[in-house]
Ligand binder design. Sequence first.
Ligand code: KIV
Length: 283
Amino acid sequence: MEKITYKVLLEKKNNGQKAVLVTAYDYSIGSIVNNSSIDIVLIGDSASMVMMGNSSTLDITLDEMIVFGKSVRKAIKKQYLIFDMPFLTYQISKNRAIKNCGRALKETKVDAVKMEGGYEIIDRIKAVIDSGIPVCGHIGLQPQSYKKYGGYPVLGKDEEEILKILKDGYELQKAGVLMLIVENTTDLVVKYLKENLKIPVYSIGSGTESDGQIVVINDIIGLYSKFTPRFITKYEDISKRIEKALERYASDVRTSRFPKKNKIPTVDRKIFLESIEKINKKY
Ligand code: KIV
Protein backbone atom coordinates (compact mmCIF):
# COMPACT_ATOMS: atom_id res chain seq x y z
CA MET A 1 0.00 0.00 0.00
CA GLU A 2 1.62 3.25 -1.11
CA LYS A 3 0.90 6.08 1.30
CA ILE A 4 0.01 9.20 -0.66
CA THR A 5 2.21 11.96 0.67
CA TYR A 6 2.55 15.49 -0.68
CA LYS A 7 5.80 14.39 -2.35
CA VAL A 8 3.85 11.70 -4.26
CA LEU A 9 1.29 14.32 -5.35
CA LEU A 10 4.02 16.64 -6.64
CA GLU A 11 5.65 13.74 -8.50
CA LYS A 12 2.32 12.92 -10.09
CA LYS A 13 1.98 16.51 -11.31
CA ASN A 14 5.52 16.59 -12.65
CA ASN A 15 5.07 13.24 -14.43
CA GLY A 16 1.77 14.34 -15.97
CA GLN A 17 -0.21 11.74 -13.96
CA LYS A 18 -3.63 12.90 -12.83
CA ALA A 19 -4.60 12.72 -9.16
CA VAL A 20 -8.09 11.56 -8.26
CA LEU A 21 -9.92 13.24 -5.38
CA VAL A 22 -13.27 12.61 -3.70
CA THR A 23 -15.02 13.82 -0.59
CA ALA A 24 -15.95 11.53 2.31
CA TYR A 25 -17.84 12.25 5.50
CA ASP A 26 -18.11 9.05 7.52
CA TYR A 27 -16.35 5.83 8.50
CA SER A 28 -18.33 3.43 6.28
CA ILE A 29 -17.84 5.25 2.97
CA GLY A 30 -14.35 6.28 4.09
CA SER A 31 -13.41 2.61 4.47
CA ILE A 32 -14.55 1.88 0.91
CA VAL A 33 -12.56 4.86 -0.37
CA ASN A 34 -9.52 3.68 1.59
CA ASN A 35 -9.60 0.40 -0.37
CA SER A 36 -9.69 2.23 -3.71
CA SER A 37 -6.98 3.89 -5.81
CA ILE A 38 -8.24 7.40 -4.93
CA ASP A 39 -5.31 9.73 -4.07
CA ILE A 40 -6.84 12.48 -1.94
CA VAL A 41 -9.88 12.57 0.35
CA LEU A 42 -11.54 15.83 1.32
CA ILE A 43 -13.80 16.01 4.36
CA GLY A 44 -15.86 18.61 2.51
CA ASP A 45 -18.16 21.18 4.03
CA SER A 46 -20.60 19.87 1.41
CA ALA A 47 -21.42 17.57 4.37
CA SER A 48 -23.77 20.41 5.28
CA MET A 49 -26.00 19.49 2.31
CA VAL A 50 -25.36 15.82 1.61
CA MET A 51 -25.11 14.59 5.21
CA MET A 52 -27.20 17.12 7.14
CA GLY A 53 -29.82 18.19 4.58
CA ASN A 54 -29.03 21.92 4.79
CA SER A 55 -29.43 24.08 1.71
CA SER A 56 -25.84 25.39 1.56
CA THR A 57 -22.40 25.06 3.12
CA LEU A 58 -23.02 28.13 5.28
CA ASP A 59 -24.94 26.15 7.90
CA ILE A 60 -22.31 23.68 9.07
CA THR A 61 -20.26 24.45 12.20
CA LEU A 62 -16.68 23.58 13.07
CA ASP A 63 -17.89 21.22 15.82
CA GLU A 64 -20.07 19.34 13.30
CA MET A 65 -17.28 19.18 10.75
CA ILE A 66 -14.94 17.78 13.39
CA VAL A 67 -17.35 14.89 14.07
CA PHE A 68 -17.30 14.02 10.35
CA GLY A 69 -13.54 14.54 10.24
CA LYS A 70 -12.78 12.19 13.11
CA SER A 71 -14.99 9.48 11.55
CA VAL A 72 -13.26 9.70 8.18
CA ARG A 73 -9.80 9.82 9.77
CA LYS A 74 -10.39 6.42 11.38
CA ALA A 75 -11.04 4.89 7.95
CA ILE A 76 -8.39 6.60 5.82
CA LYS A 77 -4.95 5.02 6.12
CA LYS A 78 -3.63 5.52 2.62
CA GLN A 79 -4.86 8.74 1.05
CA TYR A 80 -3.77 12.32 1.64
CA LEU A 81 -6.54 13.72 3.87
CA ILE A 82 -7.81 17.31 3.84
CA PHE A 83 -10.26 19.06 6.18
CA ASP A 84 -12.51 21.74 4.74
CA MET A 85 -12.73 24.80 7.02
CA PRO A 86 -16.35 25.94 7.39
CA PHE A 87 -17.69 29.42 6.76
CA LEU A 88 -16.50 32.15 9.17
CA THR A 89 -14.02 29.95 10.98
CA TYR A 90 -11.04 31.60 9.27
CA GLN A 91 -12.25 34.75 7.48
CA ILE A 92 -12.65 37.01 10.54
CA SER A 93 -9.06 37.43 11.74
CA LYS A 94 -5.62 35.86 11.55
CA ASN A 95 -5.85 34.73 15.18
CA ARG A 96 -9.21 33.03 14.69
CA ALA A 97 -7.94 31.41 11.49
CA ILE A 98 -4.86 29.97 13.24
CA LYS A 99 -6.90 28.85 16.26
CA ASN A 100 -9.64 27.11 14.25
CA CYS A 101 -7.40 25.60 11.57
CA GLY A 102 -5.08 24.40 14.34
CA ARG A 103 -7.99 22.85 16.20
CA ALA A 104 -9.18 21.04 13.06
CA LEU A 105 -5.68 19.73 12.35
CA LYS A 106 -5.07 18.58 15.94
CA GLU A 107 -8.46 16.97 16.53
CA THR A 108 -8.91 15.20 13.20
CA LYS A 109 -5.22 14.51 12.47
CA VAL A 110 -5.61 15.40 8.79
CA ASP A 111 -2.70 16.25 6.49
CA ALA A 112 -3.94 19.72 5.55
CA VAL A 113 -6.86 22.12 5.84
CA LYS A 114 -8.69 23.75 2.92
CA MET A 115 -9.54 27.45 2.94
CA GLU A 116 -11.72 29.11 0.32
CA GLY A 117 -10.62 32.52 -0.97
CA GLY A 118 -8.10 34.44 -3.05
CA TYR A 119 -5.79 37.37 -2.44
CA GLU A 120 -8.50 39.25 -0.49
CA ILE A 121 -7.87 36.88 2.46
CA ILE A 122 -4.20 36.18 1.73
CA ASP A 123 -3.07 37.57 5.13
CA ARG A 124 -5.20 34.98 6.97
CA ILE A 125 -4.11 32.12 4.70
CA LYS A 126 -0.47 33.12 5.14
CA ALA A 127 -0.84 33.41 8.93
CA VAL A 128 -2.17 29.82 9.04
CA ILE A 129 0.66 28.54 6.82
CA ASP A 130 3.27 30.47 8.85
CA SER A 131 1.98 28.83 12.01
CA GLY A 132 2.89 25.44 10.52
CA ILE A 133 -0.45 24.27 9.16
CA PRO A 134 -0.45 22.91 5.57
CA VAL A 135 -3.14 24.59 3.46
CA CYS A 136 -5.00 23.64 0.27
CA GLY A 137 -6.41 26.72 -1.50
CA HIS A 138 -9.82 26.93 -3.18
CA ILE A 139 -10.35 29.58 -5.87
CA GLY A 140 -12.68 30.26 -8.79
CA LEU A 141 -16.22 29.83 -7.55
CA GLN A 142 -16.23 29.69 -3.75
CA PRO A 143 -19.49 28.10 -2.56
CA GLN A 144 -19.26 29.81 0.86
CA SER A 145 -19.66 33.12 -1.04
CA TYR A 146 -22.65 32.03 -3.13
CA LYS A 147 -24.78 34.87 -1.77
CA LYS A 148 -22.22 37.35 -3.10
CA TYR A 149 -22.47 35.83 -6.62
CA GLY A 150 -26.25 35.32 -6.36
CA GLY A 151 -25.85 31.59 -7.02
CA TYR A 152 -23.20 29.25 -8.39
CA PRO A 153 -22.10 30.80 -11.72
CA VAL A 154 -19.21 29.75 -13.96
CA LEU A 155 -16.48 32.36 -13.36
CA GLY A 156 -13.55 33.27 -15.62
CA LYS A 157 -15.41 34.28 -18.77
CA ASP A 158 -14.54 37.98 -18.91
CA GLU A 159 -11.19 39.71 -18.47
CA GLU A 160 -11.85 40.90 -14.93
CA GLU A 161 -12.78 37.41 -13.73
CA ILE A 162 -9.91 35.72 -15.61
CA LEU A 163 -7.34 38.13 -14.12
CA LYS A 164 -8.79 37.68 -10.63
CA ILE A 165 -8.52 33.87 -10.73
CA LEU A 166 -5.01 33.90 -12.22
CA LYS A 167 -3.83 36.48 -9.68
CA ASP A 168 -5.38 34.38 -6.89
CA GLY A 169 -3.43 31.37 -8.15
CA TYR A 170 -0.08 33.17 -8.18
CA GLU A 171 -0.67 34.89 -4.82
CA LEU A 172 -1.74 31.69 -3.06
CA GLN A 173 1.27 29.82 -4.42
CA LYS A 174 3.50 32.65 -3.17
CA ALA A 175 1.83 32.50 0.25
CA GLY A 176 2.75 28.79 0.43
CA VAL A 177 -0.42 26.82 -0.24
CA LEU A 178 0.41 23.21 -1.16
CA MET A 179 -2.23 22.76 -3.85
CA LEU A 180 -5.23 24.48 -5.36
CA ILE A 181 -8.79 23.45 -6.06
CA VAL A 182 -10.29 25.57 -8.84
CA GLU A 183 -14.07 25.47 -9.03
CA ASN A 184 -16.51 26.25 -11.81
CA THR A 185 -14.25 28.16 -14.12
CA THR A 186 -13.33 27.77 -17.79
CA ASP A 187 -10.95 25.18 -19.25
CA LEU A 188 -8.35 27.72 -20.46
CA VAL A 189 -8.04 29.33 -17.03
CA VAL A 190 -7.38 25.96 -15.37
CA LYS A 191 -4.96 24.91 -18.12
CA TYR A 192 -2.99 28.13 -17.63
CA LEU A 193 -2.79 27.60 -13.87
CA LYS A 194 -1.77 23.97 -14.26
CA GLU A 195 1.00 24.88 -16.72
CA ASN A 196 2.30 27.93 -14.88
CA LEU A 197 2.10 26.99 -11.21
CA LYS A 198 4.49 24.57 -9.53
CA ILE A 199 1.81 23.32 -7.13
CA PRO A 200 -0.89 20.82 -8.20
CA VAL A 201 -4.06 22.39 -9.58
CA TYR A 202 -7.20 20.29 -9.22
CA SER A 203 -10.45 20.99 -11.03
CA ILE A 204 -14.07 20.77 -10.01
CA GLY A 205 -16.45 21.62 -12.80
CA SER A 206 -13.64 23.34 -14.71
CA GLY A 207 -12.72 20.88 -17.48
CA THR A 208 -10.08 18.20 -17.82
CA GLU A 209 -6.90 20.29 -18.30
CA SER A 210 -5.85 20.08 -14.65
CA ASP A 211 -3.58 17.97 -12.45
CA GLY A 212 -6.63 16.05 -11.23
CA GLN A 213 -10.34 16.10 -10.51
CA ILE A 214 -12.39 16.36 -7.34
CA VAL A 215 -16.08 15.54 -6.88
CA VAL A 216 -18.57 15.12 -4.07
CA ILE A 217 -18.69 11.33 -3.73
CA ASN A 218 -22.47 11.28 -3.18
CA ASP A 219 -22.95 12.88 -6.63
CA ILE A 220 -21.05 10.24 -8.60
CA ILE A 221 -22.55 7.24 -6.78
CA GLY A 222 -26.12 8.58 -6.82
CA LEU A 223 -26.46 9.03 -3.08
CA TYR A 224 -27.75 12.62 -3.11
CA SER A 225 -30.57 13.57 -5.43
CA LYS A 226 -31.61 17.08 -4.34
CA PHE A 227 -29.16 18.71 -6.75
CA THR A 228 -26.70 17.26 -9.26
CA PRO A 229 -24.02 19.61 -10.66
CA ARG A 230 -23.99 19.93 -14.48
CA PHE A 231 -20.55 18.28 -14.93
CA ILE A 232 -21.32 15.13 -12.93
CA THR A 233 -21.30 11.63 -14.40
CA LYS A 234 -23.24 9.17 -12.25
CA TYR A 235 -21.05 6.05 -12.10
CA GLU A 236 -23.55 4.21 -9.93
CA ASP A 237 -27.10 4.65 -8.69
CA ILE A 238 -26.67 3.55 -5.10
CA SER A 239 -29.99 5.11 -4.02
CA LYS A 240 -31.89 2.78 -6.35
CA ARG A 241 -29.95 -0.22 -5.05
CA ILE A 242 -30.62 0.78 -1.44
CA GLU A 243 -34.34 1.27 -2.20
CA LYS A 244 -34.49 -2.22 -3.75
CA ALA A 245 -32.66 -3.74 -0.77
CA LEU A 246 -35.08 -2.04 1.65
CA GLU A 247 -38.12 -3.40 -0.20
CA ARG A 248 -36.66 -6.93 -0.18
CA TYR A 249 -35.97 -6.60 3.55
CA ALA A 250 -39.52 -5.26 4.20
CA SER A 251 -41.08 -8.09 2.25
CA ASP A 252 -38.97 -10.72 4.10
CA VAL A 253 -39.96 -9.27 7.50
CA ARG A 254 -43.65 -9.24 6.55
CA THR A 255 -43.54 -12.87 5.41
CA SER A 256 -41.28 -14.10 8.27
CA ARG A 257 -38.42 -14.96 5.91
CA PHE A 258 -36.12 -12.64 7.87
CA PRO A 259 -34.02 -13.58 9.78
CA LYS A 260 -33.10 -16.87 8.12
CA LYS A 261 -33.86 -20.08 10.10
CA ASN A 262 -30.18 -20.99 10.56
CA LYS A 263 -29.46 -17.54 12.05
CA ILE A 264 -32.09 -17.73 14.80
CA PRO A 265 -30.76 -18.45 18.32
CA THR A 266 -32.38 -21.63 19.70
CA VAL A 267 -32.97 -22.98 23.21
CA ASP A 268 -33.23 -26.56 24.44
CA ARG A 269 -36.97 -27.37 24.30
CA LYS A 270 -36.98 -29.15 27.71
CA ILE A 271 -35.36 -26.19 29.50
CA PHE A 272 -37.82 -23.88 27.82
CA LEU A 273 -40.88 -25.92 28.83
CA GLU A 274 -39.66 -26.17 32.44
CA SER A 275 -39.26 -22.40 32.52
CA ILE A 276 -42.76 -21.95 31.13
CA GLU A 277 -44.18 -24.21 33.82
CA LYS A 278 -42.55 -22.04 36.50
CA ILE A 279 -43.67 -18.76 35.01
CA ASN A 280 -47.23 -19.97 34.46
CA LYS A 281 -47.47 -20.92 38.14
CA LYS A 282 -46.54 -17.39 39.13
CA TYR A 283 -48.65 -15.40 36.63
O1 KIV B 1 -17.03 20.73 0.22
C1 KIV B 1 -16.79 20.26 -0.88
O2 KIV B 1 -17.33 19.22 -1.24
C2 KIV B 1 -15.83 20.96 -1.74
C3 KIV B 1 -15.60 20.54 -3.16
C4 KIV B 1 -14.40 21.17 -3.73
C5 KIV B 1 -15.63 19.11 -3.49
O3 KIV B 1 -15.27 21.91 -1.31
